[in-house]
Design a protein around this ligand. Structure first.
Ligand code: TXE
Length: 493
């Protein structure tokens, strides 16, 4: 970063082999925040080769679980020590408020601690096969060399969901953060080296998805790819990986319904629908972008939401009065603006927002105002496609069955919210929704101990929880006969 080498290959910090660099832009004012090394496909090949050698011939995969867990705990302690600096970098990179960045780093710490604890209590499974001479056991082994590709909305947090279980399982890895937001992952890798991660176990390259990402995912030496990002990229990676039959886990975002019944608690519903969609300016894979509200309260509910949305303080992440920051880049703001134009042309009713803030002090940043479209329906692309911006669409329903139908009326299936004072109805609807997480009378919360991931086109596989560790493990059945004797099937002597 800014002259220091940023690529970690086989335990050595290096510049890109062709000297290439990339400018990292602060989205709050468009300034150049840092210049980082841009790895080449050749650097990617060397990083994978280092991970391969560290797995095949290194000590890490067979390092006792207690030692692996201890490394994770040391990393967690260093993250706590460097929390402010990491949070600052995350705000520079993404534009999110410093308060959000601090929460992100706390969550990163909890992920490392969770997997340190979990891996320590995993036990082999012993099977009684009816012969006391036979010891039959099922063991978990590290899956091998992992390629970890993360997006820009929660850069270090998303990466930690991959690195922590991969390290805990005994894997070796090549991490590639988003080229838009690599700063915290670079800082993290330095800290992991300080904590004692062995050479070749954690390699880091950063650069464009199309060249570097493609070189990593097409490499036949890779055993597992964990990817979080857009649907189109997820499709490409899955296709590329199929040639080598490399296992892939994907988290590809969502178009998440937030269903509000008329009997739901009013204050918490308004507040959480607002937070659910406008936090981090909507750049959240589980953002509640589709409000599905009971017709009898819809007019009042939308009016109250609009009133509150207009009071959201949009501003630079380092300004303590800001409640949400800019979009991650000019390019992304253009995409969001195109969706607003599309919504209007599709006949949705623009209730509020839809434009950049008028404050001249925000002109240089990629800010955009919270936006609400009422009178939406399933035929509209703004209802079906992930805008990844501060855009809420409103659909109305009159029966429970209709609410469920609308809630499932998306190719995605990542997360959903249901709000009602009737617990039985809440449970019924939660069961009927085809989404990987359902919040009942809450929205957006998660814990490292519970699985996260999508149904349908939101991806496959799970992160977090025990399943998030299992993704990085192979299962082996060892059948050990302690008193071998002939099978005596073929009698011919
Ligand atoms: O993501 P990409 P983009 C959605 C959101 C957003 C859209 C596009 O709707 O507007 O995706 O965002 C790497 N081989 N999400 O274009 O391209 C890339 O370098 C290997 C939802 O920024 O998917 C980065 O590290 N890797 C999402 C990562 O993929 C490739 C969060 C994600 O970038 C690659 C972010 C390739 N061919 C965006 N092409 C979520 N699930 O939360 C790109 N990459």
């Amino acid at each position: 970063m800014n002259g220091d080498p940023d690529l970690l290959i086989d335990g050595v910090w290096e510049h890109a082999s062709d000297g290439g660099t990339r400018r990292i832009i602060d989205p709050a004012d468009g300034s150049v925040a840092a210049v980082v090394d841009e790895a080449t496909p050749q650097d990617a090949r060397r990083a994978v080769a280092a991970a391969r050698a560290a797995f095949d011939a290194g000590a890490w995969p067979a390092t006792p679980v207690a030692e692996r867990a201890a490394l994770l705990r040391r990393i967690a302690d260093l993250l706590v020590r460097d929390k402010e600096e990491l949070a600052r970098l995350e705000t520079v990179d993404t534009g999110k408020t410093l308060a959000e960045s601090r929460i992100d780093i706390d969550d990163v710490v909890s992920v490392f601690r969770y997997y340190a604890d979990l891996v320590g209590v995993q036990a082999d499974r012993l099977i009684d096969v009816g012969d006391p001479a036979v010891v039959s056991r099922v063991v978990r082994e590290p899956i091998g060399v992992c390629v970890l590709i993360a997006p820009w909305n929660y850069p270090l947090l998303q990466m930690s969901w991959k690195v922590a279980p991969a390290l805990a399982a005994g894997c070796t890895m090549v991490a590639k953060p988003s080229e838009v937001t690599p700063l915290t992952t670079i800082a993290f890798a330095r800290l992991a080296v300080e904590a004692g991660v062995p050479a070749g176990v954690l390699n880091l390259v950063q650069g464009s998805g199309a060249t570097l990402g493609a070189a990593l995912t097409a490499n036949p030496e890779v055993d597992f790819i964990s990817f979080t990002g857009g649907l189109a990229t997820g499709r490409t990676i899955t296709r590329v990986a199929a040639d080598n039959l490399t296992k892939v886990a994907t988290e590809l975002g969502g178009k998440n319904p937030h269903i509000v019944f008329a009997d739901a608690d009013w204050d918490s519903s308004v507040d959480q629908v607002l937070t659910g969609v406008f936090l981090h300016s909507g750049q959240v894979c589980s953002a509640g972008t589709r409000l599905i509200v009971e017709e009898s309260i819809a007019d009042d509910f939308v009016a109250e939401l609009a009133r509150r949305a207009e009071r959201i303080r949009v501003g630079p992440g380092f300004d303590p009065t800001s409640e949400t920051g800019p979009l991650v880049s000019e390019e992304h703001r253009t995409k969001v603006e195109n969706y607003v134009a599309l919504g209007i042309s599709e006949g949705a009713k623009l209730v509020t927002g839809g434009v950049r803030p008028s404050d001249p002090e925000l002109e240089a940043g990629s800010f955009f105002l919270p936006t609400i479209f009422d009178r939406c329906d399933r035929s509209m692309r703004i209802v079906q496609e992930e805008t990844f911006g501060p855009i809420l669409t409103v659909e109305r329903f009159t029966t429970e069955a209709e609410a469920i139908r609308l809630g499932n009326d998306t190719e995605y299936g990542l997360a959903a919210g249901v709000r009602t004072a009737d617990p039985a109805r809440g449970e019924r609807v939660a069961r009927a929704l085809r989404h990987g997480t359902v919040w009942l009378n809450d929205f957006g919360y998660y814990t490292a101990a519970a699985e996260w991931g999508g149904f349908k086109r939101s991806g496959n596989g799970r992160e977090l929880g025990p399943t998030g560790l299992a993704e990085y493990q192979e299962i082996k059945h060892v059948w050990h006969n302690t008193a071998p004797k002939p099978a005596e099937w073929f009698k011919g002597g």
